[in-house]
Design a protein around this ligand. Structure first.
Ligand SMILES: N[C@@H](CCC(=O)N[C@@H](CS)C(=O)NCC(=O)O)C(=O)O
Length: 194
C-alpha cells in the first residue's frame, strides 16, 4: 500500500499505524498548498478531495477519510484494534468523536481565525479532550495497548501543544508514552518532526 501524507497533518495517525503494523508500505509527502506530491504528481488527480490521508491499496483502489483508513488498517492488524463484541464499534465511536468534534475544532488555528475565535477554540478543544482524560481505561484509551484511535488522539495532542491548548495530565502522559514508541519515533523522524 502507499500512504500520501503531509507532515503533522492528521495523516500522521495513519503513518504511525502503518509503521506499527510492521508491514512494508510506501509513503509519499504531499504539498497541500500546491496540491503536488513529492514526485511531482498532481495530487488532485489522485484524489479529487485534495486532502490527506490517502491510502492507495495494492490493487490500485484509492481510500480516503481518516476514520475509514484507520479502520482498514486496524481490521488487518488486530494488535491495533480492540477486542470483544463492541471493540470495533468503540474504536469507531472514539475516532468519530476525534474527527468530527476535536479535529474540526482546530479549524480557527489552521485557518488563521481571529484571536477571539482561536481563544474560543482553545476552550472548546480543552473541554472536548477532558472526556478522554476522564474515561481512559489504562495506559491507552481502551486499556494496556494502543489502538488506531490512540494514534489519532496523539496527533490532536501534538496540535494542542503546537497551538497552546492546555491538556490534562493523563493525556500529557499518553502523548509522551506514544511518542516514546520506537515506531512513532521513526515516523516522527521521517516526517521531519524531531
Ligand atoms: N474529512 C477528511 C479531512 C482530512 C483533513 O482535514 N486533512 C487536512 C490535513 S489534517 C488536509 O489535507 N487539508 C488540506 C486541504 O484541505 O486543502 C478526513 O477525515 O480524512
Amino acid at each position: 500500500v502507499k500512504l500520501y501524507y503531509s507532515p503533522l497533518a492528521c495523516s500522521l495517525a495513519d503513518h504511525i499505524a502503518l509503521e506499527e503494523s510492521g508491514v512494508s508500505c510506501d509513503f509519499e509527502r504531499v504539498d497541500l498548498h500546491a496540491k503536488v506530491t513529492a514526485s511531482g504528481r498532481d495530487f488532485t488527480a489522485i484524489t479529487r478531495k485534495g486532502y490527506v490521508p490517502v491510502l492507495v491499496l495494492d490493487d490500485g483502489q484509492v481510500l480516503t477519510e481518516n476514520i475509514a483508513i484507520l479502520d482498514w488498517i486496524a481490521s488487518r492488524h488486530p494488535q491495533l484494534s480492540v477486542g470483544g463484541p463492541l471493540g470495533r464499534t468503540r474504536v469507531l465511536e472514539a475516532m468519530t468523536y476525534i474527527s468530527t468534534e476535536i479535529h474540526r475544532a482546530f479549524k480557527p488555528m489552521w485557518h488563521r481565525g481571529d484571536e477571539a475565535e482561536q481563544a474560543q477554540a482553545r476552550d472548546t478543544i480543552a473541554s472536548l479532550l477532558q472526556l478522554f482524560d476522564d474515561t481512559m481505561a489504562g495506559d491507552y484509551i481502551f486499556g494496556d495497548h494502543p489502538s488506531v484511535a490512540d494514534f489519532y488522539l496523539f496527533v490532536m495532542l501534538l496540535w494542542a501543544v503546537h497551538f497552546g491548548v492546555p491538556t490534562p495530565a493523563k493525556l500529557d502522559a499518553l502523548r509522551d508514552r506514544i511518542a516514546a514508541r520506537p515506531a512513532v519515533q521513526a515516523v516522527m523522524r521521517a516526517e521531519g518532526l524531531t
